[in-house]
Design a protein around this ligand. Structure first.
Ligand SMILES: [Fe+2]
Ligand SMILES: [Fe+2]
Length: 196
């Protein structure tokens, strides 16, 4: 039976006493960091994160290919931007894979079925402007996806939510970078600005 302090005048939620916290932590050690206070559905969380992982892997692959294959007189700065994004997408990939592992799952890096698990697509884009445009589309998908997932995890799994919030900040920057590059190379945005 857990002992808690009564809510204070400000209506702050109950706090569990240290003794109960310590006793609870000793139970079910095999579940690692997923303790009895985890409010979410762990299997569902892992399944969602496998799809997020696939999305990030596809983003790593697409930006890496673009960083190598972009060509033309004005491609140098753009290549650097693509390479920087590839690196950041790889950091996202690792963070999501680590979180799946922490929740007791095995991160799915299997190339088979990767594109069906991923929210974003692997589009080659053709020329430089086509590449920028495909990346902008992929980033907008990622931004929408992450916003939705942050709402989904809410207070049931604050650690996963916080991780996704951190990733969302970078994805919004990525979308902004691609939008600016598109304006620089086309003179006008060919997509409506991302909803902020
Ligand atoms: Fe990402
Ligand atoms: Fe991104």
């Amino acid at each position: 039976m857990s002992k808690t302090t009564p809510p204070d005048a400000a209506g702050k939620p109950f706090l569990t006493d240290v003794k109960t916290l310590r006793a609870r932590a000793r139970q079910h050690l095999e579940t690692g960091n997923v303790t009895s206070t985890y409010k979410g559905d762990v299997d569902q969380a892992i399944e969602i994160l496998q799809s997020v992982l696939a999305t990030e892997i596809v983003c790593v692959l697409r930006y890496t290919m673009h960083a190598v294959a972009a060509s033309g007189i004005s491609s140098e700065g753009v290549k650097d931007e693509f390479a920087q994004h590839a690196k950041e997408e790889q950091e996202h990939m690792m963070a999501v894979a680590e979180r799946i592992n922490q929740l007791g799952g095995t991160p799915n890096f299997n190339p088979e079925g990767l594109l069906t698990r991923s929210a974003s697509q692997y589009a080659e884009g053709g020329n430089l402007v086509g590449m920028i445009r495909e990346n902008l589309i992929a980033e907008r998908i990622a931004v929408d996806h992450y916003r939705e997932l942050i709402r989904y995890f809410g207070n049931d799994d604050p650690a996963t939510r916080t991780m996704l919030e951190g990733i969302l900040v970078t994805e919004e920057e990525h979308a902004n970078d691609m939008h600016d590059l598109l304006v620089a190379h086309e003179g006008k945005p060919s997509l409506p600005p991302a909803s902020r």
